[in-house]
Write a protein that binds this ligand. Sequence first.
Ligand code: BES
Ligand code: MN
Ligand code: ZN
Length: 500
Amino acid sequence: MEIDVTADDVGRIKADVLAVPVFEGDPTRDPIVKQLDLALGGILGQVIREEQFTGKSSTGVQLHTHGRIAASRVHVVGLGKKTREPGAALRNGATRAARSAQSAKLGTLAAVVPSAAPDAALAARALAEGMLLGTYRFDRYLTGDRKPKTALGAARVVVVPKGKGARRVPAAVQAAVSQAQIVAQAVNAVRDLTNEPPNELNPRTFAEWVTKLAKTHKVGVTILDKAGIEKAGMKLLMAVNQGAVEEPRFIHLRYSPAKPRRKIALVGKGITFDSGGLCLKPARSMIDMKCDMSGAAVTCSTVLAAAQLGLPVEIHGIAALTENMPSGRAYRPGDVFGSLDGKTVEIINTDAEGRLVLADALAYAAKLQPDVIVDHATLTGACVVALGAQTAGVFGSDRRTAERYVRSAGTAGESMWHMPLSEELREGLKSEVADIKNIGDQFGGAISAALFLREFVGDRPWIHVDIAGPAFAEKAFGLYPKGATGFGVLTLLEFLSSGA
Ligand code: BES
Ligand code: MN
Ligand code: ZN
């Protein structure tokens, strides 16, 4: 869906719904609401009072306009209390308006930039992103009656002209909406890849998808196939792949602007299906394990978006892809393998496969000598136990970088929490026969996993984001639909845009 921008009086905007976001307070005093109320003969203010609507987040009022203004309906959307950075609230509000329009089978939606927003361009961008993210559906595999026949066809951002006759859209607002398209497309691409069934999306088809887009956007791409991975010495990625019929793939994307300020390596876990291997998961835990490649999808999609946005940093996107399957050739508990880094690893549990493929990917990233490494992985159920299904755990080699990352998440409106790398848990990873074991103590599983990863990043500053909870949702939350969410992209782009 394309989004366009219009500068016009709110009464003249043609649309099935005109969404008017308002901050908490007395909405009848909002200048845009006032203007509409006047045009509607006072019924908007009346409905707001009758419904005792005060602009609290997740609330709203809607009414039909019966031809009194150009738009057929008005939807006043509550944003909650006004803050210094209202971007996330506006994005959420636009998502709700878009969902409501889509479920009412309406065709066009226009969202008005509130006059109270501190930065019109940022607000326009948030509204555009929200509308594009809110209408996402994964319906590729539905047929006949199950295939939705209607979709929101057009969305528009409206800026109310300052002076009379100033009907030109400011260039900054136009540019912001173009950026929104790129950002939303990046999130929705992660959703598509993750929702894709695992018989369709495997390491080979994932790499084909990345290669095609990298060529389109002039991003450098190297793909290693099984022979290449073996030759490179990625013994842990090879070990996890042993039980799979599908070949593994290793992806290295490169984006570099003219004068890069910093060099960043992004790394992603790409298990296209995690059965647990010989330590087979029970059926209930296996059901959503197509989502185990979301870290790789977040990584690759973000590099492609960063290139389109022309961000001022050099970015390397690295993803290790394989299935984790049981078979007569599968790797076993007790096996010992070397790694790209050189350290040896004793396998205790074949279901702790993510940290193994990441170990090789992180060692590869560290060799590039980046200023910082950021990895994303659906790594541990323990992280979901610790933080719930809507919050990611952030681990960092140093406190300041991790805290900076969590602040970027706050600005982006994603829920992330700084977790400790508790040194006392390192003991549990000691092995008798190898340098390290692939699982640690019974408790603190998310931390043990992070401590394992730390062994492979060398001296590079590093951030690890465990997205096992929010990557795939049992029920919709905030911006995120049920199923694949694309969680992580917004924060990563915010972090990279602010110079990383
Ligand atoms: N992919 C899973 C983690 C996961 C769990 C992702 C729930 C998304 C939702 C990971 O490979 C795994 O199986 N981890 C094990 C580790 C254990 C064997 C130490 C786990 O969390 O149980
Ligand atoms: Mn696993
Ligand atoms: Zn896994």
